[in-house]
Design a protein around this ligand. Structure first.
Ligand code: AMP
Length: 281
């Protein structure tokens, strides 16, 4: 595995790949690699000749009171895991190189970023879109792989590649969960054993909602209140419970077609998100 820390060197490596006409799959991450990331990498290896993974804890997507400085990091462990996975290139730029003091251009969406996670994390998606746009310019991937766990992120990035004519195809990969249903996340590291048990209520409530919908429930308000009842006794605060059209992120009056049920809640200071997508015709 080639480890590249300089933007210039990564750019040169991308040019070599392009000139040789090998297809490049890209998996952007913030590190603290877990099985969720590894599944994206394996999918990229199936679909592309070369796989580039980036590790970059992106400062501009964190709010002032959020966890940028304490976000879990373990470079040695990450490198070992990615080597074992036979990743071709690991790109690890520095924050200073990505955002020099005179940095001033951002990518911003006029829609879809003031709801769900965007409502409680203002400017978060500007930061995500800006870094992914920059990484795409540096890596020039044919395909980039994202997890459904961050469905809104995938949705706004999909708009970005369409609206800005970026020739990278985005691939959405399923949520990887532990044996108890908890969606894997680097932030699970913050949870105590008891916190992890309480956190199971998020996926449990989503699976219950899916069952209730399969059995015929069509009213979003009924389903959201069922979810609320399940999680409220386990979590410290609920940020949102939403049922939206998965293709538009618009509200739904009736659960029909492709819908996403998304939740965000706090266990202590740790903010966790999860979702399920349901097709109901
Ligand atoms: P992160 O390092 O948390 O920024 O995540 C990097 C990528 O991995 C994003 O596309 C996430 O959606 C994806 N990802 C994170 N957790 C999971 C998971 N449990 N299952 C599938 N994909 C995930």
């Amino acid at each position: 595995m080639k480890i590249i820390r300089s933007i210039k060197k990564m750019h040169e490596c991308s040019s070599v790949f392009r000139n040789r006409r090998v297809s490049v799959g890209f998996v952007p991450t913030m590190g603290f690699i877990h099985e969720g990331h590894l599944r994206l990498i394996r999918q990229a290896q199936k679909e592309c000749n070369k796989v580039v993974v980036s590790i970059f804890v992106n400062p501009i997507q964190f709010g002032k009171s959020e966890d940028y400085s304490r976000y879990p990091r373990n470079e040695r462990r990450d490198i070992a895991l990615l080597k074992k996975e036979k990743v071709d290139v690991l790109f690890m730029p520095t924050a200073r190189a990505m955002y020099p003091p005179d940095f001033s251009c951002y990518v911003r969406s006029m829609n879809f970023t003031d709801i769900l996670c965007g409502a409680s994390r203002p400017r978060h998606f500007d930061g995500v879109m800006t870094v992914v746009c920059k990484l795409f310019s540096i890596v020039q991937p044919d395909r980039a792989f994202f997890g459904q766990k961050d469905y809104q992120q995938y949705f706004v990035l999909q708009r970005m590649v369409v609206d800005l004519n970026i020739p990278t195809k985005l691939v959405l990969c399923p949520i990887v969960r532990d044996k108890n249903g908890l969606a894997l996340s680097s932030r699970n590291e913050y949870l105590s054993e008891e916190g992890r048990i309480r956190a199971r209520s998020l996926s449990a409530s989503l699976f219950f909602a899916r069952k209730v919908i399969k059995e015929g429930e069509k009213k979003p308000a009924v389903v959201t209140s069922l979810i609320k009842r399940i999680i409220e006794e386990h979590v410290d605060a609920i940020d949102y419970i939403a049922i939206l059209n998965a293709k538009t992120l618009g509200p739904v009056k009736c659960i029909k077609g492709k819908v996403v049920i998304a939740i965000a809640a706090y266990i202590g200071k740790t903010r966790l998100i999860d979702n399920v997508i349901i097709n109901r015709y």
